[in-house]
Write a protein that binds this ligand. Structure first.
Ligand code: MN
Ligand code: MN
Length: 324
C-alpha cells in the first residue's frame, strides 16, 4: 500500500469508516513505505522482536495488538488543546526488519532501518518489542552525538550481562548504549525503579556514570510536578529520547508484560508525566514490552498506544516549533 504526497496524513475518521473496520495501522494513519517517505516528520514503527527477553516472552506480538487497539485514539488532545496532525506529518512506516533466530543480526537489521529513517529527517516513535529494541534505535539516533533520555521503567536495564557473559538482553540495552557513546548518561533520568534485583551492579553502574535514578519511593515523595522538573533539568534543551517500558505501570493496569513489578504508576500518573515533557527536544521515543499473550483483554496494549498518543503530541509540538 502506498500513499502519494498530495494527500493529507490524517487518520481515517471513525465518522467515515467504523473504528473496527479496515486494515489496522497505528492511529489509523496511512501506511507509507520508508523508501517513499519524503515528507514525513514523525514515523510510527513496529519492532516485532523479543529476542532479548530473559523471562516471559511475547512482545514480538506487540506491534500488531497495539495497531489494533490504536483504533481507539482520536484526533484532538483535550488537555493540550491540540491536533498533532495539524502540526506535523505522521505515517505508519510499517515494521522494522527482524530476525527472530539471531540476536545480533536482528540488532543490525533494526539499526539499518532506523539509519535510513533518520537520514530522511524522520523522528521515530516505535512500538516494541522487548526493551533491547531501544539499543539499535539509539545507535542510529546517537551516531553523531550521544542523546539524552527520559526512561520510564520498573527496571534500570543497566546490567552488564546474563547467562555467563552474554551482553545483549532486555536487561542490558542502556549499559551498552552508554558504553558505545550513543547515550549520554549525565543527561539520562530513570523514573519508577522498583522491585528486587540480583545485586548492586546496575545501581553502581548508574551511579558511576552519573545517571539520575528515581525510585518509585522517591517519586511518591516528590510528586509528579517535582519529578518532572528534575527530569527536564537532567535532559535540558538537547536532543532527547523517551523510552517507556510498559512495566513502569502497575500490573493492575499493565498485566500483559514480561517482568511485572507491583507498586507501579497508575496509567493516569504516567499520562500526566508524559504531558510534562512538552517543549523538550524529543527526537524519538518508544513504548516497549507490551506482551499480548499475557494481555487477553488488550488493555495493556491500549495503555501502550495511549502513551504513544501522549508522546505524539510532545513530538509534534517540537517539530512545529523548529519549523517556525
Ligand atoms: Mn525495560
Ligand atoms: Mn522493565
Amino acid at each position: 500500500m502506498s500513499h502519494s504526497s498530495d494527500q493529507s496524513y490524517e487518520p481515517v475518521s471513525g465518522m467515515d469508516v467504523p473504528r473496527f473496520a479496515g486494515v489496522a495501522t497505528f492511529m489509523r494513519l496511512p501506511l507509507v513505505d520508508l523508501e517513499a517517505a519524503d515528507d514525513i516528520d514523525i514515523g510510527l514503527v513496529g519492532i516485532p522482536w523479543d529476542g532479548g527477553t530473559t523471562n516471559r516472552p511475547g512482545p514480538r506480538h506487540g506491534p500488531r495488538q497495539m495497531r489494533d487497539m490504536s483504533a481507539m485514539t482520536r484526533r484532538v488532545h483535550h488537555f493540550h488543546k491540540m491536533v498533532p496532525y495539524e502540526l506535523a506529518n505522521f505515517a505508519d512506516l510499517g515494521d522494522a526488519p527482524v530476525n527472530p533466530a539471531d540476536v545480533t543480526d536482528a540488532l543490525d537489521r533494526i539499526e539499518g532501518f532506523y539509519a535510513k529513517l533518520t537520514a530522511k529527517g524522520i523522528r521515530p516513535l516505535s512500538a516494541g518489542g522487548d526493551h533491547l529494541c531501544s539499543l539499535p534505535v539509539l545507535r542510529a539516533l546517537g551516531k553523531q552525538k550521544p542523546v539524552g533520555m527520559v526512561h520510564f521503567d520498573a527496571h534500570s536495564d543497566l546490567w552488564d550481562s546474563y547467562f555467563g557473559g552474554f551482553k545483549f538482553t532486555h536487561g542490558t540495552p542502556f549499559a551498552r548504549a552508554i558504553e558505545e557513546g550513543v547515550l549520554d548518561p549525565k543527561r539520562t533520568v530513570q523514573i519508577g525503579l522498583r522491585g528486587g534485583v540480583y545485586d548492586w551492579e546496575d545501581r553502581d553502574f548508574g551511579a558511576k556514570h552519573g545517571v539520575r535514578m528515581i525510585d518509585i519511593e522517591e517519586f511518591h515523595d516528590l510528586g509528579i510536578d517535582e519529578t518532572m522538573r528534575i527530569a527536564r533539568e537532567v535532559v535540558g534543551g538537547g536532543e532527547t529520547y523517551v523510552s517507556f517500558d510498559i512495566d513502569c505501570l502497575d500490573p493492575a493496569f499493565a498485566p500483559g508484560t514480561g517482568t511485572p513489578e507491583i507498586g507501579g504508576f497508575t496509567n493516569r500518573e504516567a499520562q500526566f508525566m508524559l504531558r510534562k515533557l512538552m517543549g523538550l527536544n524529543v527526537i524519538g521515543a518508544d513504548v516497549v514490552e507490551v506482551s499480548p499473550p499475557f494481555d487477553p483483554s488488550g488493555y495493556t496494549a491500549l495503555n501502550g498506544v495511549t502513551m504513544m498518543w501522549e508522546l505524539m503530541c510532545v513530538m509534534a509540538r517540537d517539530v512545529a516549533n523548529r519549523k517556525a
